[in-house]
Structures are given as C-alpha cells and as structure tokens.
Ligand binder design. Structure first.
Ligand SMILES: *[C@@H]1O[C@H](CO)[C@@H](O)[C@H](O)[C@H]1NC(C)=O
Ligand SMILES: *[C@@H]1O[C@H](CO)[C@@H](O)[C@H](O)[C@H]1NC(C)=O
Ligand SMILES: *[C@@H]1O[C@H](CO)[C@@H](O)[C@H](O)[C@H]1NC(C)=O
Ligand SMILES: *[C@@H]1O[C@H](CO)[C@@H](O)[C@H](O)[C@H]1NC(C)=O
Ligand SMILES: *[C@@H]1O[C@H](CO)[C@@H](O)[C@H](O)[C@H]1NC(C)=O
Length: 403
C-alpha cells in the first residue's frame, strides 16, 4: 500500500503550459495573422489539457493555409511546446499551473492573491470583488513627510485606490488620525527602500487585481495632479509605463524628457540637436524616448509583471532600472512609455532614507547602477536565444542606452 503511494508520489510533476497572460508574440501574430489571437485564447482555456494544445498545434501545422510556411511554423511550434518540456523558468502561476501545487487537485489551487481586506462577519464575495479597487498606490514613507503623503493620498482616494505604505522609519501609530489610515495597508521594515519593499511585497501574483500600479516617492507635490484623468490619459495615449511630467520648479531634473511641456497633453520623446547625445525622430531608446525615471513610475498590470522580474534583490535603490524599463513596455518602447504633461508633479527633492549618510547612499546608488547594467550585459551574453528588439540603435543617440 505504502509502496503504491510512493510510486504515485514520485510521478513526474505537472508541466507548466506557456503563460496565458502573455499575448502571442509579434512574430507569431505576424505568422498566424488574425487566427493567432483566437488560437491563443483557445489554447489558454483552463479545460484544455496540455496534450490537446500540442494536438491543436499539429493540426495547425498540417492545415493547408500554412503549408508554405513550414519553417516558420516549426519555430512557432517550438515556442508553444518548449515550455512543456522544461518548466524551470516558468514564471506563471495561474490557477491551472502553480509551481508547488502539483500535488493538489487543480480546482483547489488559488494561484494569485489580492490585498483586499475582509470583514470577520459574513460577506458576499461577489460584492467584495466588485468594490475592490482597480489601482494601487504604493509608497515608502516616513513620518516627517506625513503631510505631503496625505496630500498624495487625498488625490487618489475618491478614485478607489488601494493604499499601501511602507514605513521605513518604523513609525505607524502617528498616522492613525488620518481618515484613510484604517483602510490602508501598512508594512514596516526599518530603513528599507521603495524597491526593496516592492520586490518583497508587490509580487505580480499578489497585485494581480490592479489595472495600474503607482510606485511613488513620498516627496512629490501633487497640486496639479488628478489621478482619474491621469489614468484616463495613460489609457487613451496607449501607455503601459508612464510618469507624470515634472514641474520646472522641481529639484534635480536629471533628464530632459521628464520636464513638463505645457502645450502637450503627454509626450513620448524629446529632441536634442546639440551635445554628446543627440535626440532625433530616429532615436529609439533612452534618454530620448522609452524612458521614465524611478521616482514616480506608473505601470500597467502586464508591465509590472515584467518589471518585478527585473528588480534585483540586492540592488535596493533601483538606479539603472530606468534604462531598461522600456523592455517591459509590452510593445515598442517609444510608443508605450511616456510622460503625462497635463497631470504633473513637483519633485521636492527631499532626501528621505539618505539622511546624514547622504553621500554614502549616493555612492551606493551609482555603484548599483553600474552593477545592474553589467548584469544586464552578462545576461544578454549568456542567453543567445534572447533577441534584443532595440539592437539597432541609430547613430544619433550614440548607443547611450547600451552603455
Ligand atoms: C468606488 O467604489 C464605490 C463602492 O465602494 C463605488 O460606489 C464608486 O462608484 C467607486 N468610484 C469610482 C470612481 O470608481
Ligand atoms: C481606526 O481604528 C481604530 C481601532 O478600531 C480606532 O481607534 C481609530 O479611531 C480608527 N481611526 C480612524 C481614523 O477611523
Ligand atoms: C479629475 O478628472 C476627472 C475627469 O477624469 C473629473 O471628473 C474630476 O472633476 C477631476 N477632479 C478634480 C478635482 O479636478
Ligand atoms: C506638443 O505640442 C506642440 C505644440 O502645440 C505640437 O506641435 C506637438 O505635436 C505636440 N506633441 C505631442 C507629442 O503631442
Ligand atoms: C534609423 O534611422 C533611419 C533613418 O536615418 C531609419 O530609417 C531607421 O528606421 C532608424 N532605425 C531605427 C531602429 O530606429
């Protein structure tokens, strides 16, 4: 009896299918035309077994429409089936494929979670899901910035945001006179940065419910910011990653592209005719286009899922991420990443975690940026299958973003 159980127990674990989150790649869309989306959806239905997926691909392969594209199809097939062979890198944990859940009946597996608070009494789950906020505002905060933080929260409160505060100074009790305090999530870990917290407490499977994720610094003036309109513009202008433009009165404007253009509603590139780095219509990467800074980024769900994976556990200041963030833009970065001018903020430039050790912090930040970019280069070298969509950078930007 026990032996039988052992045999059963050592059966090969379930293999993860490709992510159903991921839409088909551009290459596949191109190859399969309009059929791609439909097939993809079909493949992603939870009831379809992985075996069926392979069969469908085979049928597709044999169908006369694609006879002329045998070579191309082979590569598509490889794409669809390879995750079945090897699930080591499977980053997806939807209900039907959860690493660690292989021993359970599928129907019991809950692969994602949420930040919704529950009442202790009876509640209607459908109702809870209905009132669950669709956006998340996450900030690392200290009590010294209480007033400014409250102003930021006030701007999003009517718009059904979940508020998640990371208290890097350990003080939470002095916030509890604010009316939104009890409905918010408070996390304490002393002297940790926004990116440290985000990597640990904002796993994509946990924040899955949100359409947009605001990961902001605490020292932003929001007098001219309307969250509802911001999200509306981000949607209408087709952005997956954005930031509010910076008021010219801001401290430390490091990058021209973030500066507010009063005549525009939003912009996605800047032009620069002089200097070492030139920005023209042809430039296809930072700092000319495809760029937001790490101080006030806003991510779509899909962009955050990607960005989370890019954050390094030990590089806590997030410097250097902005160079590569465009790779998470779910499309061409010069089109999907932008700066919103109509709703803009003032960067007050208050060193928060830095405190008296500001120089040491600055040194570490710079070193982290170098380390991150070096890791990126190493990772690219070590992964010949990965294709850099922005490899051809035009002369004008002098390879700035590949440095
Ligand atoms: C916010 O949620 C409440 C229900 O909790 C709903 O009545 C209201 O319309 C929502 N507001 C917005 C702007 O979505
Ligand atoms: C939050 O909840 C605590 C405990 O129930 C209560 O004492 C406090 O008054 C509440 N604060 C607000 C602002 O509602
Ligand atoms: C914010 O923008 C929305 C439109 O998206 C508008 O209805 C609302 O009145 C604005 N709020 C303020 C305070 O201006
Ligand atoms: C920004 O505004 C200027 C002047 O109104 C206009 O010429 C330009 O096309 C706008 N750019 C964008 C990206 O909207
Ligand atoms: C580089 O610039 C040329 C024109 O100068 C343009 O045709 C080409 O599309 C650009 N390449 C990229 C990758 O942006």
């Amino acid at each position: 009896m026990l032996l039988e159980f052992r045999k059963l127990h050592t059966q090969t674990p379930l293999k993860c299918p490709p992510s159903c989150e991921d839409s088909p790649t551009h290459e596949m869309t191109h190859l399969l035309g309009g059929a791609a989306g439909r097939w993809w959806k079909y493949l992603c239905q939870p009831t379809i077994a992985t075996l069926a997926a392979v069969t469908i691909v085979l049928t597709l392969f044999l169908s006369s429409v694609f006879v002329n594209q045998q070579a191309a199809m082979t590569s598509v097939m490889e794409k669809l089936t390879s995750p079945l062979k090897d699930c080591g890198n499977c980053a997806v944990t939807r209900t039907q494929c959860t690493k660690g859940g292989e021993l359970l009946p599928k129907g019991i597996i809950v692969g994602t979670s949420d930040l919704q608070m529950r009442t202790l009494a009876v509640e209607d789950e459908d109702m809870v899901m209905k009132i669950t906020p669709k956006n998340l505002l996450a900030m690392a905060v200290g009590i010294n910035q209480k007033e400014g933080v409250d102003q930021i929260v006030q701007k999003v409160l009517d718009f059904n945001f979940t508020i998640m505060l990371f208290h890097y100074d350990g003080i939470t009790d002095q916030w509890n006179d604010l009316p939104w305090y009890n409905q918010s999530i408070h996390i304490v870990a002393l002297h940790q940065t926004k990116w440290w917290y985000a990597k640990r407490f904002m796993h994509p499977d946990i924040v899955e419910q949100y359409n947009y994720i605001f990961l902001w610094d605490e020292d932003l003036g929001v007098k001219n910011f309307n969250a509802s309109r911001y999200v509306q513009i981000m949607e209408e202008d087709g952005m997956e990653i954005s930031q509010p433009a910076l008021d010219p009165a801001s401290m430390d404007i490091h990058h021209g592209i973030t500066l507010r253009r009063p005549k525009n509603r939003s912009h996605k590139r800047m032009y620069k005719a002089r200097g070492l780095t030139l920005c023209t219509e042809e430039s296809n990467g930072p700092p000319c286009t495809g760029w937001v800074e790490v101080m006030a980024p806003v991510f779509s769900r899909a962009a955050w899922r990607c960005t989370w994976h890019m954050i390094q556990n030990d590089l806590v200041h997030g410097w250097g991420l902005d160079f590569k963030i465009g790779y998470c833009s779910q499309g061409i970065r010069s089109e999907k990443v932008g700066v919103i001018d109509d709703e803009y903020v003032l960067h007050k430039g208050i060193p928060s975690l830095g405190g008296p050790h500001n120089n040491r912090v600055r040194r570490r930040s710079g070193a982290e940026m170098k380390a991150f970019l070096q890791r990126w280069r190493n990772a690219v070298k070590a992964d010949p299958d990965w294709i850099d969509p922005y490899k051809t950078s035009n002369e004008s930007s002098r390879g700035y973003h590949t440095r």
